[in-house]
Design a protein around this ligand. Structure first.
Ligand SMILES: Cc1cc2nc3c(=O)[nH]c(=O)nc-3n(C[C@H](O)[C@H](O)[C@H](O)COP(=O)(O)OP(=O)(O)OC[C@H]3O[C@@H](n4cnc5c(N)ncnc54)[C@H](O)[C@@H]3O)c2cc1C
Ligand code: FES
Length: 279
C-alpha cells in the first residue's frame, strides 16, 4: 500500500499528492510515469512523475479529475493509501544540451513539464516556458515553472489572467521573429500538442510531445496504448511516452482515446451517484 503523505487541491479539478514510494523515487527520471490503482475495483491509470524526493522516499503526482478513477483519487486525503503503484515506467525524456528549448505546458501538462524543464536547465539550456490554461482558476505551478525558466509566458484562453489566447500564439510569434529555438517540448491535451507540432513544423524545429494514449498494463504487453509515429506502430508505454510530434498520427490517437467514451461516462455517473449517496 502506498500512503498519501500530502494532498492539496491546486484548483477545482486538479489535485497534488505526495505519495510514499521509495523504490520509485530512487529511480525516477523526467518524463517517466507510474501506473496506480486506487482500490480493488479500480482500473489502472497512468500518472506522470511530477517530482520526487529520493531522500524522503516520496513521489509527487498531479491529477486532473476526468473520470471515475481520477475522481476516486481526488476523494482520498493525506493518510489514505493507494492499493497499487508501479513504476517508474516509460522512457525518460531526452535531457541534453540543445541550446534554447521552449517548454509548452497546457492545463495539467504543467506538472509533467516541470521536471523536464528543470533537468534541461540544469544541463545548461536556456528555457522559455509557455504555460496556458482555459482560465485563471485552472492555472497552477506558475511559480514553479518560473523557477526553472529563463522566461515564462502565461496565457489564458478567456483572458482572465496574463495574456489572452492559446499557447500556440506566443510560440508562433517567437518562431516568426526568427528567434533561435533548438527544440520544443509540448505537453498537455492531445489537441494542444497537435497544434504545437503543426505550428513548429514549417520552421523545422524538433518538437517532442508526451502521448496520453489509453494504457492498461504500462509494460508493453496489452497493446492498448498503440500509436503510430512515422507510420510505424509504437507502444506509448515502452517506446515513449515522448515522441516526435511532427510524425505522430494524431487522428488515430484521437480516435483511440475515444474508444470507451460511453462506458467512461456511465461509470462516472454510477460512481458519482453511489459516492454522493454515501457521502
Ligand atoms: C503516460 C501518461 C501520463 C499521464 N499523466 C497524467 C498526469 O500526470 N496527470 C493527469 O491528470 N493525467 C495524466 N494522464 C491521463 C490520465 O491517465 C487519465 O486522465 C486517466 O487515466 C483517466 O482515468 P479516469 O478513470 O479518471 O477517466 P476515464 O473515465 O477512464 O476517462 C475519462 C477521459 O480521460 C481520457 N482517458 C481515459 N483513460 C486514459 C488513459 N489511461 N490515459 C490517457 N487518457 C485517458 C479519455 O479521453 C476519457 O474521455 C496520463 C496519461 C498517460 C498515458
Ligand atoms: S499499456 Fe499495454 S502495451 Fe502499453
Amino acid at each position: 500500500m502506498y500512503r498519501i503523505v500530502t494532498k492539496e487541491r491546486l484548483n477545482p479539478v486538479i489535485d497534488y499528492m505526495e505519495v510514499e514510494a521509495p523504490a520509485v523515487a530512487r529511480k525516477a527520471q523526467p518524463g517517466q510515469f507510474v501506473v496506480i490503482r486506487v482500490d480493488e475495483v479500480g482500473e489502472r491509470i497512468p500518472l506522470t512523475l511530477a517530482d520526487w524526493d529520493s531522500k524522503d522516499g516520496t513521489i509527487t503526482l498531479v491529477a486532473m479529475q476526468v473520470g471515475t478513477s481520477t475522481h476516486k483519487l481526488a476523494s482520498l486525503n493525506a493518510g489514505d493509501k493507494l492499493l497499487n503503484l508501479v513504476g517508474p515506467l516509460g522512457l525518460a525524456s531526452d535531457i541534453e544540451r540543445f541550446g534554447t528549448v521552449v517548454c509548452v505546458a497546457g492545463g495539467v501538462g504543467a506538472a509533467p513539464v516541470f521536471p523536464i524543464a528543470r533537468a534541461l536547465r540544469q544541463m545548461g539550456n536556456r528555457i522559455i516556458s509557455i504555460l496556458g490554461a482555459r482560465s485563471k482558476d485552472l492555472l497552477f505551478w506558475e511559480e514553479r515553472l518560473q523557477s526553472v525558466s529563463d522566461e515564462l509566458i502565461v496565457t489564458t484562453d478567456d483572458g482572465s489572467y496574463a495574456r489572452k489566447g492559446v499557447v500556440t500564439e506566443p510560440l508562433k510569434e517567437m518562431l516568426e521573429r526568427s528567434e533561435r529555438i533548438d527544440r520544443v517540448i509540448a505537453i498537455g491535451p492531445a489537441i494542444m500538442m497537435k497544434f504545437c507540432s503543426l505550428t513548429t513544423k514549417p520552421f523545422g524545429v524538433p518538437t517532442f510531445v508526451s502521448l496520453n494514449s489509453i494504457m492498461v498494463d504500462g509494460t508493453g504487453m496489452c497493446g492498448c496504448c498503440r500509436v503510430s509515429v512515422g507510420n510505424v506502430t509504437k507502444f506509448a508505454c515502452v517506446d515513449g511516452p515522448d515522441f516526435d510530434g511532427h510524425e505522430v498520427d494524431w487522428d488515430l490517437l484521437f480516435k483511440r482515446q475515444q474508444t470507451y467514451l460511453d462506458e467512461e461516462k456511465r461509470s462516472l455517473e454510477l460512481w458519482k451517484s453511489c459516492h454522493c449517496r454515501n457521502a
